[in-house]
Design a protein around this ligand. Structure first.
Ligand SMILES: [Zn+2]
Length: 315
């Protein structure tokens, strides 16, 4: 039955994409989609070598739990250039910078929103709601009218950003939540990521900022568990880039490698993900979790972490 329900949801999404109804429109009389939710948490500037060291010391309890119960890799790769805005744009559009066209890394209001379709628009066209909580103003380049339904720019602590996402979960009942946490990137630029080439270790401030991201992620995860939404949710924790010294943007593994951890009730595959994972695969995986087809124009493909039998039907 779960398979049949899933097929019905995919068919419904395909029908809706084909007949191009107005934003937010559902096909009347069609079966309701299965209850699903997708949550993406991006730790800006989180570097796998530092995460692995902190995990070994027990200093990232939330990520450790997600990893233990989910599918993960610390060898995922971001896009070129390994910069915040180009990378997050790929994370939200399923294509690389040469296709989405955002090569700059600051807020340039005169350039408007990204020119290609975002995951928020795909969700909107299928009648789903989405929210974006970001710690940097440049994320406005990913915001179009009504897609996401809500955008909040929260520059304060990672915890404040996570609490905003929790509030929006309760108020807006979004199907898709994107939460961006900035403190590790700030600490990397101010105090250093460390450098594999020279053997320099990460700064204590950078490591502490990663622990702050972990705690903030825990705020959101616990809210999902408390509201009994965990079983129908996919949570992905990843990053936009790593870093070396006090910067990033190069082709080095220090900058290009990112963590990718998928957990939540929808994830059936546990352990290390086999095969390459790229930044552009993240939005495709989120769409798979929501039961929506991945646009043919996208370069990314879902990372195979699901089993249909694990997806619960709507109550
Ligand atoms: Zn960044």
């Amino acid at each position: 039955m779960a398979c049949a329900g899933r097929a019905a949801a995919l068919f419904l999404a395909a029908v809706m994409a084909g007949c191009a109804p107005g934003a937010g429109t559902r096909v009347e009389g069609a079966p309701a989609p299965q209850a699903r939710r997708a949550v993406l948490v991006s730790w800006d500037g989180a570097k796998p070598t530092a995460l692995k060291a902190l995990l070994a010391e027990g200093r990232l309890p939330v990520l450790a739990r997600l990893k233990r119960r989910g599918a993960w890799t610390f060898s995922a790769r971001t896009v070129v250039p390994s910069l915040t805005l180009p990378s997050h744009t790929s994370m939200m559009t399923g294509v690389g910078p040469s296709r989405h066209g955002i090569s700059w890394n600051s807020y340039k209001p005169e350039r408007g929103a990204v020119g290609v379709q975002t995951i928020f628009e795909v969700a909107k066209a299928a009648g789903l709601r989405s929210v974006l909580v970001a710690g940097k103003e440049k994320f406005k380049h990913l915001v179009k009218p009504g897609a996401p339904d809500r955008f909040e720019w929260v520059e304060d602590s990672a915890r404040a950003a996570a609490l905003t996402a929790v509030r929006l979960l309760a108020e807006e009942h979004p199907d898709l939540v994107v939460l961006h946490l900035r403190p590790a990137d700030d600490a990397g630029h101010d105090f250093g990521w460390g450098d594999t080439a020279t053997g320099a270790p990460p700064s204590p401030q950078y490591l502490e900022a990663l622990a702050e991201c972990d705690a903030a992620t825990g705020v959101l995860v616990e809210a999902l568990r408390r509201d009994r939404r965990w079983e129908e949710t996919l949570v992905i924790v990843t990053a936009d880039h790593g870093g070396h010294g006090d910067t990033h943007g190069s082709l080095s593994d220090d900058d290009m490698l990112i963590p990718w951890v998928a957990a939540g009730g929808q994830v059936a595959v546990r352990g290390e993900v086999r095969g390459p994972v790229n930044q552009v695969d993240t939005p495709a995986t989120l769409l798979e979790a929501l039961g929506l087809p991945v646009p043919a124009s996208w370069e990314g493909r879902p990372v195979p972490v699901f089993s249909p039998e694990r997806v619960r039907r709507a109550a």
